[in-house]
Design a binder for this molecule. Structure first.
Ligand code: ZN
Length: 211
């Protein structure tokens, strides 16, 4: 694009004009992520190095990641521990998504920003160039599918009612789950065998839950 050259020229002039601001941030780079998988647990060993670098509350980044990754987890010391097997690539992608959304100034590309509330809108204010923009959170695919059942899923289900044919039924997300041979008032594990719109059919199982 032709505009890029102009933009780069502008950026160069800006660097000359105020070198004290830009010299430490010529290129914004996160620390290399130190991630260890231990069985069904994933340890993000230098989590706090990342939150220090982007100057955000560890809890804010953690909650973002848990939601995006669809897993429980917590901060332990300088580490974040996820209770699932998660690839380093997936973690890296989410960190990138976080910095693009909550940290990097879209005008100058620097991370010298802070989050401010304006009325009810969360804004990103850049201390380097003064730009402001609303923070808009992109909905990820994961968030969209988090409450979607699939055939083969094993869920824990409370049989809250009895259907017309005498089958036990329960509710999960916004699905009605029909499980023949179950009794109202019991909590069971059920394996989804068929889904039709928002009605799912399942069979009782002893298998562990998959979600
Ligand atoms: Zn800026």
């Amino acid at each position: 694009m032709a505009g890029d050259d102009d933009y780069l020229a502008l950026l160069n002039r800006a660097k000359i004009a105020c070198p004290e601001i830009t010299e430490n941030h010529e290129r914004f780079e996160l620390p290399e992520l130190d991630i260890l998988q231990e069985g069904k647990i994933t340890v993000f060993r230098n989590f706090i190095d990342v939150t220090d670098k982007v100057r955000r509350e560890p809890e804010h980044l953690l909650q973002f990641m848990l939601k995006e990754l669809g897993t429980p987890g917590n901060v332990e010391g300088r580490r974040a521990v996820f209770k699932a097997k998660i690839s380093p690539q997936a973690i890296n992608d989410k960190i990138q998504m976080y910095t693009e959304t909550y940290v990097i100034c879209s005008e100058c590309g620097l991370p010298d920003t802070k989050m401010v509330k304006e009325d009810r809108t969360l804004m990103l204010e850049c201390e380097a160039c003064g730009a402001r923009r609303p923070i808009t959170v992109r909905k990820s695919v994961r968030a969209d599918t988090a409450n979607t059942l699939r055939e083969g899923d094993v869920i824990e289900l409370f049989i809250s009612d009895v259907g017309k044919k005498g089958d036990g039924v329960g509710k999960i997300y916004d699905y009605l789950v029909v499980v023949p041979g179950t009794v109202k008032g019991t909590k069971i594990h059920a394996k989804i065998s068929k889904i039709s719109a928002k009605t799912a059919f399942a069979v009782p199982t002893t298998e562990p839950c998959t979600r």
